[in-house]
Write a protein that binds this ligand. Structure first.
Ligand code: BGC
Ligand code: CA
Length: 198
């Protein structure tokens, strides 16, 4: 009698132990799953970061080679603390700005008389886009990168005239009958000058 009661008690206890064991096993299983999910997420992130690092260094390499090429071809001109490239390819003002930006440059800006003489020499009689526009406010001519006003003395006589009410981009015009900057339709395709500032 005593033995059978003891057997019953032990078997109840065993059932309890089994239930607890099952509960813990399930809990541990779900924890392991959460951890392994998280680990996979971290792995994906690490892969992404390492791909980004590779992208950056391959971009840096491309930029370095591009710059080196410009130096070797002597197409990179230095003046003051800036460097400049002159492009005879005919682009709209926005396309020209984008082209400059691809190499970390912006359309060139004239901030003093010495820089003016340098740019004049660089472009000769070519019409070439510079980084000035009054697109934000008619008549308020600004250099895009610095936000500074365009010096009034830089304009050709009679300019800017906003001819046909559609001239909002600025270019060089040092020809036989002109000696200054002109405003022109931004959609016209002309040469351009890029500038790289430190
Ligand atoms: C005018 C400029 C104008 C240009 C447009 C010239 O004849 O003098 O002001 O921007 O034509 O093509
Ligand atoms: Ca004009």
């Amino acid at each position: 009698m005593v033995v059978s009661r003891e057997v019953n008690r032990l078997s109840d206890e065993l059932a309890d132990v089994n239930t607890t064991y099952d509960r813990h096993t399930k809990y541990i299983g779900s924890e392991v799953k959460t951890l392994s999910d998280e680990m996979n997420k971290v792995k994906t992130d690490v892969t992404k970061v390492s791909n980004n690092i590779q992208d950056v260094s391959s971009l840096e390499r491309k930029l370095l080679i591009k710059t080196l090429r410009l130096v070797v071809l002597q197409e990179l001109k230095a003046f003051g603390t800036s460097m400049y490239t002159f492009h005879t390819e005919k682009l709209t003002w926005t396309e020209a700005q984008q082209k400059c930006q691809e190499d970390g440059f912006h359309l060139a800006e004239i901030n003093n008389d010495n820089e003016l003489e340098f740019v004049k020499e660089l472009v000769g009689s070519h019409l070439a886009w510079l980084g000035g526009t009054d697109v934000d406010k008619e008549g308020d001519w600004r250099w895009v990168s610095s936000g500074l006003k365009v010096m009034a003395s830089l304009w050709n006589t009679g300019e800017p005239n906003n001819y046909g009410n559609q001239e909002h981009c600025l270019h060089t015009d040092y020809g036989i009958t002109s000696d200054g900057l002109n405003d022109r339709n931004c959609e016209d395709g002309i040469a351009f000058v890029c500038e790289l500032e430190p």
